[in-house]
Design a protein around this ligand. Structure first.
Ligand code: PNS
Length: 167
């Protein structure tokens, strides 16, 4: 385990866009850790709707508007476990919805543990009302002109909706 006395974690993801489900996981992580890096994967998706800069700006805006403490918004390239080590994090945070997430998470957990046995992963189960939610569904609804109210954080809903309507 890391010798950093602060409990630091990385909450990584594509966040294309950030959803209320992500927000829920972030709240739990903030309650449990001293510092949470919300970190957008660079070059992860082939055709993201939002650029990495847009996603980082959007999440930062949400953090500022809501006054969420103990959060650093960042982006990263390359291996997640290396990034976690580079910021002094001993934990990775992931959200789990229904069984659909389990196999994928099981696989990346095994690989990450192989690469870095000193970095643990902590999973938060999605609230039942968020278990149906995905960034891809929100993109589809928004692009087709539907309301995304209640699906993304209220503080950034307008920016996300406007951007999706234009894409
Ligand atoms: O929000 P996502 O798309 O489910 O997040 C996936 C993420 C960022 C956790 C995963 O793609 C990742 O860790 N990518 C970095 C590359 C890496 O470390 N690969 C090795 C383990 S698969």
């Amino acid at each position: 385990m890391s010798e950093n006395p602060m409990r630091v974690c990385v909450y990584p993801g594509s966040f294309d866009p950030f959803t209320v489900g992500h927000h829920d996981v972030l709240e739990h992580a903030v309650a449990m850790f001293d510092l949470v890096y919300v970190s957008v994967l660079n070059n992860g998706m082939k055709h993201p709707v939002f650029s990495v800069d847009e996603r980082v700006d959007m999440i930062q805006r949400m953090v500022d508007l809501e006054g969420i403490q103990k959060v650093v918004v960042s982006h990263f390239d390359g291996l997640l476990v290396e990034y976690a080590r580079s910021v002094g994090a001993s934990c990775i945070i992931r959200g789990l919805r229904a069984t659909m997430d389990f196999e994928y998470e099981f696989q990346i957990n095994a690989l990450n543990r192989h690469l870095a046995p000193d970095v643990d992963t902590v999973y938060f189960m999605a609230s039942p009302e968020h278990s149906f939610l995905s960034s891809s569904a929100i993109r589809e609804i928004g692009v087709l002109g539907g309301s995304i109210q209640g699906l993304v954080p209220e503080s950034i809903e307008n920016i996300i909706a406007e951007r999706l309507r234009k894409s």
